[in-house]
Write a protein of this length. Structure first.
Length: 330
């Protein structure tokens, strides 16, 4: 049943065959959205008490519960008492029909573990840059308008291919990174990923980056400062005018600071109070890695006294001197 549901929402047979039953349920629960928005479900033929329980489960799984038939339904959950005509009408809208038992099995999962789906995560990508790859049900071109006020260009974004027609994607070498690497994302891919595929299951840092619409540079360095409440991440490129600094605040939430390595200043004069001196040292090391001073003491060389030559040559020279003296005395 789960595998057929995945085929119904657009996955390829080859993709479904690689998923275990548990993985099928995981993907179906959290990535069943059709195009844009939250999936909608209608319960048919249930008594009031059962319907209330099912409604609570649906809301915990971020489903929108509908009371009437409509052409934007994603699922219909049916009981044996459901009206057959209403069931057929819902199916004509391409809604997936599931039983009460199937609904509870799929949507009662309390823990989200998308990162356990190996097919969605490319393990060859460094952990810090690794994000889930949408499967074939997201293989569609989405038209997105430019975010610039003075630009009316529209771009085509495809989540399955992780591609965009904007200049940043095509000319900034983002396409050199693999699908599933957050560095591949321009701001348009980031926006579509956030609003369509979602950030559930991602690391807290990558979730913050995508939700905040940040484009990622090719290097990241992390370190701990004495007064910092958590690890600090610097996302940078030695040729970039601005770097991103990520750290958690006192509430445990990620915040971002911009830093210019050329002008040696923070953007908008917003800086992490109390950490700036120590942080500047780390940032300078990243800016000029060759300028890091070698602290090892150099041992000065001692004056070397060259001894007179020894060996056979010295002996022969001495004999010649003696012979000469004897000759002169004769």
């Amino acid at each position: 049943m789960f595998r057929q549901c995945l085929l119904d929402i657009g996955l390829l047979q080859t993709e479904v065959d690689k998923l275990t039953d548990k993985e099928c349920i995981q993907y179906l629960r959290f990535h069943h959205r059709k195009y844009w928005g939250i999936s909608k479900i209608l319960f048919l033929g249930f008594i009031e008490a059962d319907e209330k329980t099912l409604n609570d489960i649906a809301k915990s799984a971020n489903l929108s519960v509908k009371k009437q038939l409509s052409n934007d339904l994603s699922f219909i959950c049916i009981s044996k008492a459901a009206n057959p005509k209403r069931i057929e009408k819902a199916k004509s809208y391409l809604a997936i029909a599931i039983s009460k038992e199937e609904f509870e099995l799929i949507f009662s999962i309390s823990e989200y573990r998308l990162n356990e789906l190996e097919m969605l995560y490319d393990l060859s990508i460094p952990t810090g840059f690794r994000i889930a790859k949408p499967l074939n049900n997201f293989n569609q071109n989405i038209e997105l308008e430019s975010f610039s006020f003075d630009n009316d260009i529209k771009y085509m974004v495809n989540l399955y291919n992780a591609s965009c027609t904007c200049k940043d994607f095509e000319k900034s070498q983002r396409n050199q990174y693999k699908n599933g690497d957050i560095r591949r994302f321009c701001k348009h891919l980031t926006d579509v990923y956030k609003n369509n595929f979602g950030t559930d299951g991602l690391s807290d840092l990558n979730k913050f980056i995508i939700n905040d619409g940040i484009t990622v540079k090719n290097k990241t360095s992390s370190f701990i400062l004495e007064k910092s409440p958590s690890k600090i991440f610097v996302n940078y490129d030695t040729t970039a005018e601005w770097w991103n600094i990520f750290m958690k605040n006192d509430k445990g939430e990620y915040v971002r600071y911009g830093y210019s390595p050329v002008e040696k200043r923070f953007a908008y004069n917003e800086k992490p109070i109390g950490l700036v001196p120590a942080l500047r040292v780390k940032l300078e090391e990243l800016s000029n890695p060759q300028s890091v001073i070698n602290t090892k003491k150099q041992v000065p060389k001692k004056n070397v006294v060259i001894d007179p030559p020894k060996g056979c040559a010295t002996t022969i020279f001495s004999l010649l001197v003696i012979i000469t003296l004897i000759y002169l005395m004769c």
